[in-house]
Design a protein around this ligand. Sequence first.
Ligand SMILES: Cc1cc2nc3c(=O)[nH]c(=O)nc-3n(C[C@H](O)[C@H](O)[C@H](O)COP(=O)(O)OP(=O)(O)OC[C@H]3O[C@@H](n4cnc5c(N)ncnc54)[C@H](O)[C@@H]3O)c2cc1C
Length: 578
Amino acid sequence: MSKIKSLIRKNAKPANTNNPILDNVAKSDASINMTANTPIEQTRWNGWGNVNINKKVSSHGAKLIKSHIGKTKKLNSVSLQEVLKTVPKSRLPAAMTKLDTVSIDNEVRLRHARGQSFPDWIAMHGGDFEVFPDGVAHPQSTADVETLLKLAHDHDLIVIPFGGGTSVVGHINPQKGSRPVLTIAMSKMDQLIDLDNESQIATFGAGTQGPAVEAQLDAHGYRLGHYPQSWELSTLGGWIAARSSGQQSLGYGRIEQMFAGGTLVTPKGVITIADIPASSAGPDLREMMMGTEGRAGIFTEVKMRVQPQPEEEVFKVVFLPNWEAGKEVLRQAVQSNIRLSMLRLSNAVETDAHLHLGTTPSQFLAISTYLKARGLSSEKVMLTYGVSGDKAQNKLALTQFKKLLKQQGSVTGKLTDVMGSIWAHGRFKFPYLRGTLWEKGIMVDTFETATNWNNIDEQVQQMQQAVQTALADENEHVMAFTHISHVYKQGASLYTTYFFRAAKDHASTLSRWQKIKHAASLSLANGKSTISHQHGVGRDHAPYLAAEKGQLGIQVTSDMLKSLDPEQRMNPGVLIED
Ligand SMILES: Cc1cc2nc3c(=O)[nH]c(=O)nc-3n(C[C@H](O)[C@H](O)[C@H](O)COP(=O)(O)OP(=O)(O)OC[C@H]3O[C@@H](n4cnc5c(N)ncnc54)[C@H](O)[C@@H]3O)c2cc1C
């Protein structure tokens, strides 16, 4: 009990300030610049995030994972200097290399060659990048982008729009081919350009990263509220182009509810998407251009629907006896319109893993003993929830929600409230664990989907089964767990994390991942679930897209993209296989 008290005391400072994310997460890391983007040199060239930030894994957390997958051995990693030696001479024409906006520096090219997918990590650590962009442009305006696309046409270049490079599905990787590749990095278009207070529309450069979006809005008392876990580095343009979803989508909406319009520079000219609140004038251009993953053109300025900073924001954790009880709480809460800002339900395996990974052994023992004393078994599940709004609204929502929780036998108290604050403080640090585990030879990746409530259990069962048995031919065990991460009246998104052992080298480790990824993707390609709820399609999901859209659907999308990019120079092969 004294361990619990010390945990409560240590985290007693409430997270519910006006903007807990800026106050408690980013500002606590001096290395995160709050008004402009993080320079790419300040990020890891072969892994996740800011070079100044690390996250340790608890010894009993690592032990738990190894108890599922077996003893592990670290993979070798090459140095930056070694990879730099493999960067070939740029093929860009001289006329382009002389432009102020274009760099052919080897390190700049290397840092824009790969994203954050598992194959990207293998390539970066193994030093086998295969292809680098021939140059990287950093436009500062829509006019610069127009000039670059004109030059790309004149010199027959492939163009890859690049936001934060946080893609986890192979969105921004150049491919082998005869045409030189120009990556257009949007990082210098990172400012708030206009704020319409009356309509609550903020216009931003499309390359603005999450912290810079919120800090610039915060100065005017506004908030966007889009918090993907990659928030630290991902950008508005990337969110729109890949149809992203943030952790508080229940309260703030997905990116498609936030994106009001803007400017898209295409090879055929500029499309201005009017920021009209609603329209019955034919198919919605705004919807048609979202999710085009750099194939239709480049978003340069984007108009976002913002809202005043909430008076209060609170996050809490509660435990329920089992998955069924937790799922019932989520479904009833969303279908009865309780005004929560987030809901996340971990299954029993994830609950246990999170309790191990997020605590010291003595804290773990104290929490487990407490939950056991309150009648919970190993079937227990952890539910994280939040409210965001004025105090009276929040109070009402919390009262309504607690009633539902109580009906399902919830366990809550000061300790679980503190766990909510801990989650809010650490929510953007979890991705740093991937690098720490990698160093121990523990490979980790995720995949996600969405499906109707009536298919949730079957889908979870199929996904888990597919992943856990994917390496049976090698006699390898895969540890997998799932949470519900976004809820809708009709259904919910499911997010699975899995761990497996590194093999003897990079190539055979990649082959293990390919088997798991294929099995997981097949389990989703069933006409009832999406191949991706928030990560997009990229190259990794493109082969499975037809199961969701149908051949005619693929054809219509492909024709639309070709009408804007007849020479197929914009990110070919992404979204739709060519
Ligand atoms: C640790 C981690 C956690 C993540 N968590 C989440 C999450 O919670 N929710 C979520 O939705 N995603 C998440 N992702 C995935 C990723 O962050 C999203 O796909 C995000 O939308 C990508 O944004 P970006 O700016 O990094 O784009 P990039 O990765 O640079 O590009 C993604 C795609 O968008 C295109 N693109 C980028 N900018 C533009 C532009 N201005 N105009 C036209 N096309 C453009 C690119 O060509 C590419 O096809 C996560 C990724 C990581 C590594």
